[in-house]
Every structure is written in C-alpha cells, then in structure tokens.
Write a protein that binds this ligand. Structure first.
Ligand code: SF4
Ligand code: SF4
Length: 174
C-alpha cells in the first residue's frame, strides 16, 4: 500500500531544496572574490619556476653552430627508462662522430639524470611540456628537433690560463 505524502513532508522537502540552492549560490559568490587558481589555457600560461624540468634538449653553441654531444653514451646508460638511442662511430681524427641521437618523449619521466650525467653539459632540461601527439612517431625527438628545442646558447667559457707557480709565490720569472 502506498504511503501518502502529507503537507509537512512537502514543506520539509521545499526547505531542503531552498537551503541547497542557497548554499550553492553562496559558494559561487565567495569564489567570485577569491584569487583565481585557473588560467585561460592555451591563451594564458603559467610562468614556470626556475629549474623546471621539461623534455631534455640539445642546445646549439652560437659560435660553432653545433651542440656539445660527443657521443659518449653516458646519458643513455643512466636513463632509467632507457629511452635515449645514440648511434656513434670513431671518426678519422679519433673523435667520436654522432650519427643519430633520439629521445622517445613518450617514455621520459623528466628526472634530469641524463643532464646530470652528461660530461659536456650537452643535455639541458628544457621548459617544453606540451608533448601531446597523434602518432608514436611524433613522440620521437631526433637531434634536429632536440637542437630546435634547446635553441642557441653562449659557447663554453675557455679556462683561464694558469699563472706560473713562481709568480704565485712572489718570485721573479726569468
Ligand atoms: S652524455 Fe652528453 S655527450 Fe654523452 S652522449 Fe649523452 S648528450 Fe652526448
Ligand atoms: S629526463 Fe630522465 S627519463 Fe628523461 S631522458 Fe633524461 S634520464 Fe631519461
């Protein structure tokens, strides 16, 4: 048998609904005057903090027009997800020639270990974080893309010439 709903139940329901609506509007009203925590992305973007780690990159020295990679493979060995692929060979002048350098951005966890391990500071963590792509191939960053990502940078400062030991101790050098 169906229980009949009396006027008091209708009244209680009505009050409950009115209070709920008032609460919702109150929350909206309060948040109108609070500092915004969201941005109109992509028109507006966060200012990234110093030391932010995006995708690794290979900046190019402006004087030589080349990056500083010597193909030692230290970055590939230290990478926890083994996503760096390097092909290099010994050149005629006994220096390694880097034939290809590829990073699979889909596997990178932005730990920065590759940059820490690089003996020539060739790898620099960029501030690039927009990595969405339609294909797996688009997630592969070859040396050209990594150079573009890194941009240009000042060449490494040359080491200061060492003072003669005699000059340090105050003796005259003949
Ligand atoms: S550690 Fe540096 S120099 Fe060595 S292969 Fe990696 S990027 Fe190149
Ligand atoms: S940031 Fe970490 S995961 Fe990404 S390439 Fe470097 S070592 Fe590998």
């Amino acid at each position: 048998m169906n229980k009949r709903i009396g006027p008091s139940e209708y009244l209680r329901e009505g009050v409950y609904i009115a209070v709920s609506i008032a609460k919702g509007h109150w929350v909206t009203l309060i948040n109108l005057f609070r500092p915004k925590v969201t941005l109109q992305y992509p028109e507006v973007r966060w200012e990234l903090p110093e030391g932010y780690r995006g995708l690794p990159s290979l900046p190019v020295d402006i004087d030589s027009g080349e990056d500083r990679c010597i193909g030692c493979g230290a970055c590939a060995r230290v990478c926890p997800t083994q996503l760096i692929a390097i092909e290099s060979r010994m050149g005629e002048d006994k220096k390694r020639v880097v034939d290809s350098f590829t990073i699979n951005a889909g596997l990178c966890m932005f730990c920065g270990l590759c940059a820490d391990a690089c003996p020539t500071d060739a790898i620099v963590m960029s501030d690039h974080y927009e990595l969405a792509a339609f294909t797996r191939e688009d997630m592969m960053y070859d040396r050209v893309k990594l150079n573009e990502l890194g941009g240009n940078r000042e060449p490494k400062p040359k080491p200061e010439p060492k003072e003669p030991i005699a000059a340090k101790t105050g003796e005259e050098v003949s």
